[in-house]
Design a protein. Structure first.
Length: 619
C-alpha cells in the first residue's frame, strides 16, 4: 500500500459504492486491482466472495499470482469473463435444455456445423459463406438482448440459419464461444431465482479492461453487479476492438446506470516524457472521450523518432538493421517489439530480420492448442471428468487402436436415435451386442480404463492424472507410432510436459478443479492459447499489442490509408495508434514509406497531430 499514489489508494480503500476507474496506459491499474482484492481479504472477506473479471488469460493469471503472493490465498473467481460464464453454465445450463457436460466447440467445429446447416437447408455455400455467417451470428449474440431479436434481422434466411445452428449445436451437446456470455445472460435475465443463485456467492465485483465489453457482456455484468461492491476499471482511449463488437460507450452507460464515483489514475509509470507528451497531444484530438490528463512519473525524456523511406522494403531493412545494432549493444531480444497495422508489414520485417539471422516470433503463429498431442490429452481428461462430452469421447475413439470409422459411425447413429451421449451409446452397443466380440472387449477395456482413472481424480493433481492417463492408455506408444523420427517424438512429449506445467500453474493459482481447467484450456484454445515467453523479437499487430510493453518499440507503416485506415472510424483509428505508441517504455521509432504497393501515400495525419512533439523529431 505504501507504494501506491493517492488516486490508487482511493480505489483500494473506497467501499460501499460503485466506482469507475479511468486508468491510462502504465498507470498501475493491475497493481491497484490486486491491492484492492488483497485489502478486502485482509479485512476478513472470503476470497471466494470476490469476482474479478478480465478479458485475457494472461491478465487473470497475473492477478491470481500477485494476490497469492500478497495474501497466501487463492481466490477462485479471478477469471476471464468467458471462464466465469463457463463455470456458471456448468451448474445451470440444464435449465436451458443443454447438458451440463457441454463441449465448448472450437471455431473450426462451429464453422463445420454451420456449413452442415447451410447444406441441409439447400442453400448455396458460395452465397452463404459459413465464416461470414459465423461473424453475423456472433454479432447477434453480442448485441445485448438475452433473447436475440431474430425478427429484426433483415434477411429471414439468416434467422432460420441461426435457429437451426443453435438447435444442432444443442443436440450435439455443444455451445460456441459466444454462447458462453449470451446463454449466461439469458439465464440471468429470464429467471430471477437463477440470477439470485448465481449472484449469491459474491459480495464484490471488479471488472478490468471495461472498455473491451460488448453490449451483452455489459448487460450481464450489470445484472451480476447490482447491489454489490462494483468496480469498473478501463480506459476509453484504449477501446480498439469494435470488430469484436466492443464499444467505449459502455463506460458512459455505466455512469448513467450506476452513478459511480469516478477516480482517474493519471500518473504513468511506463512512459518517458517524450512519448507521454506525444501520446497526450494525439489522443486529445478525440472528441467523444472522458477528459483526463496523462502525467509522467519518469524523469527521463526517452527517445522518439520518425523516419520516412521510399519503399516498404527500405523501411523493413531499416528496422532490421536498427534491431541488429540494439542486440549488439546488449538489449535482450524479448524487450524489443515491432508493431504494425497489417500482417504484410510484419512479414516484410520478419523477412528482413531473417536475412540478418535474428530470431522472431509473430502473433498468429500456430497455437499450442493446435498440436495433436495437446488436443488428444485434453480429450482424455475431458472424458474422465465429463463422460457425456461426445466430442471428446469421439476423439478418444479415433485415437484408440482397433476402433475403425465404421464403429464410430454406428455409435453416432445409436446416440442420435436414442438421444444420448456417444459414451452412453457405446455402453448400449456393448450391452446389446451391436458390435463384434472383439470390439466389445475393446470398448469394455476403454470403459475400465476411464473408471479406473476417475477413482484417482480426488487424489491426483491434474498433471499426475495426465501422466496416469498416458500410461493407462499407452499413449506414448501411440505417439511413437505416428511420429516421424526421434526429434518429432521428443517435441510431442515436450508439448505434453508444457501442458502438465500449465495444469500445475493453474492448480497453484486456482486450487484443484479438473472441470475448471478443462474450461480454461478450451477458452484459451479459441482465444489463441498461452504463448511461451521465448527470447525472440516480437512481431505484433497493433490490435494484438494492447496489454504488452517493451523497452524499445518500432511502429511501422504510419501512412495515410493504413493508419488511419481508409474504412476505419477516425476516433478508433486514433485510439489504435495511441495504444501502439504507449507500448514503449524507453524508445519509440515510427516509420512510414512513400510508396505502399503501387500507390503514393503521405505520412499519417496522426504524426502531425502529435503537435509540438513532432518539431523536435528527426525526420
Amino acid at each position: 500500500m505504501d507504494r501506491l499514489n493517492v488516486d490508487q489508494n482511493e480505489v483500494v480503500l473506497t467501499r460501499d459504492l460503485p466506482i469507475l476507474v479511468l486508468a491510462g496506459p502504465g498507470t498501475g491499474k493491475t497493481e491497484t486491482i490486486v491491492q484492492r482484492i488483497s485489502s478486502l481479504i485482509q479485512e476478513g472477506e472470503d476470497p471466494d466472495a470476490i469476482l474479478a473479471i478480465t478479458f485475457t488469460n494472461k491478465a487473470a493469471h497475473e492477478m491470481k499470482s500477485r494476490v497469492l503472493n500478497l495474501t497466501g490465498k487463492k481466490p477462485s473467481w479471478i477469471r476471464t469473463i468467458h471462464g466465469a460464464c463457463a463455470q456458471i453454465l456448468r451448474s445451470h445450463i440444464n435449465k436451458l435444455g443443454y447438458t451440463n457436460a457441454f463441449q465448448i466447440a472450437s471455431t473450426d467445429y462451429a464453422i463445420k456445423t454451420l456449413k452442415s446447416v447451410i447444406r441441409e437447408k439447400g442453400l448455396s455455400e458460395l452465397s452463404w459463406d459459413a465464416s461470414k455467417v459465423a461473424r453475423q451470428i456472433a454479432g447477434i449474440k453480442s448485441a445485448g438482448a438475452p433473447n436475440p431479436a431474430l425478427e429484426k434481422i433483415e434477411d429471414p434466411t439468416l434467422a432460420e440459419i441461426f435457429t437451426a445452428y443453435q438447435d444442432k449445436m444443442k443436440t450435439q451437446g455443444c455451445i460456441d464461444f459466444d454462447d458462453l456470455v449470451s446463454l449466461t445472460l439469458k439465464l440471468c435475465a429470464d429467471d430471477t431465482t437463477t440470477l439470485a443463485e448465481i449472484r449469491d456467492p459474491w459480495r464484490h465485483l471488479i471488472i478490468d479492461e471495461f472498455q473491451d465489453c460488448d453490449l451483452s457482456q455489459y448487460a450481464l455484468i450489470s445484472l451480476l453487479g447490482r447491489e454489490k461492491g462494483m468496480v469498473a476499471v478501463g480506459d476509453d482511449d484504449q477501446s480498439i476492438y469494435s470488430f469484436r463488437s466492443s464499444t467505449p460507450e459502455v463506460l458512459r452507460m455505466f455512469v448513467a446506470d450506476f452513478s459511480p464515483k469516478v477516480i482517474t489514475l493519471t500518473t504513468s509509470y511506463r512512459l518517458p516524457r517524450a512519448i507521454q507528451e506525444a501520446a497526450s497531444a494525439l489522443i486529445q484530438n478525440n472528441q467523444t472521450r472522458f477528459e483526463k490528463e496523462l502525467l509522467c512519473a519518469k524523469e527521463t525524456r526517452g527517445q522518439l523518432s520518425i523516419s520516412g523511406f521510399g519503399s516498404e522494403a527500405e523501411e523493413a531493412d531499416f528496422v532490421a538493421e536498427q534491431i541488429q545494432r540494439l542486440l549488439a549493444e546488449g538489449i535482450p531480444p524479448e524487450e524489443i517489439g515491432v508493431l504494425a497495422r497489417r500482417h504484410s508489414e510484419l512479414a516484410m520485417a520478419e523477412t528482413a530480420l531473417k536475412r540478418l539471422k535474428i530470431p522472431t516470433r509473430k502473433t498468429g503463429e500456430r497455437s499450442f492448442f493446435e498440436f495433436r498431442e495437446v488436443r488428444d490429452m485434453i480429450a482424455y481428461i475431458t472424458v474422465i471428468a465429463l463422460p457425456e462430452n461426445s466430442a471428446a469421447f469421439e476423439r478418444v475413439l479415433k485415437i484408440e487402436k482397433g476402433i475403425n470409422n465404421r464403429v464410430v459411425d454406428l455409435l453416432e447413429d445409436i446416440a442420435e436415435r436414442n438421444d444420448v451421449s456417444l459414451y452412453h451409446a457405446a455402453e448400449i452397443a456393448v450391452e446389446n451386442h451391436y458390435v463384434t466380440d472383439e470390439m466389445q472387449e475393446k470398448l469394455k477395456q476403454i470403459f475400465d480404463h476411464f473408471e479406473s482413472l476417475r477413482t484417482k481424480v480426488s487424489d491426483y493433481c491434474i498433471s499426475d492424472l495426465m501422466r496416469a492417463t498416458a500410461k493407462t492408455f499407452d499413449y506414448l506408444q501411440h505417439l511413437q507410432n505416428i511420429s516421424r523420427g526421434k526429434n518429432r517424438l521428443e517435441k510431442r512429449i515436450q508439448h505434453l510436459k508444457d501442458l502438465a506445467q500449465m495444469a500445475d500453474r493453474f492448480e497453484l493459482e486456482s486450487g484443484p478443479g479438473l472441470v475448471n481447467f478443462i474450461n480454461e484450456m478450451a477458452i484459451a484454445a479459441i482465444q489463441g492459447g498461452l504463448p511461451k515467453e521465448n527470447k525472440e523479437i516480437r512481431l505484433v499487430t497493433l490490435h494484438g499489442a494492447k496489454g504488452l510493453e517493451f523497452r524499445i518499440v518500432f511502429l511501422m507503416g504510419a501512412s495515410q490509408g493504413n493508419i488511419p485506415h481508409l474504412k476505419g472510424d477516425i476516433e478508433e483509428e486514433r485510439r489504435l495508434f495511441y495504444v501502439g505508441i504507449t507500448r514503449a517504455k524507453e524508445q519509440l521509432t515510427i516509420t512510414h514509406a512513400r510508396y505502399v504497393g503501387n500507390e503514393v501515400r503521405p505520412r499519417s495525419l496522426f504524426l502531425d497531430e502529435m503537435g509540438r512533439c513532432v518539431a523536435s523529431i528527426k525526420q
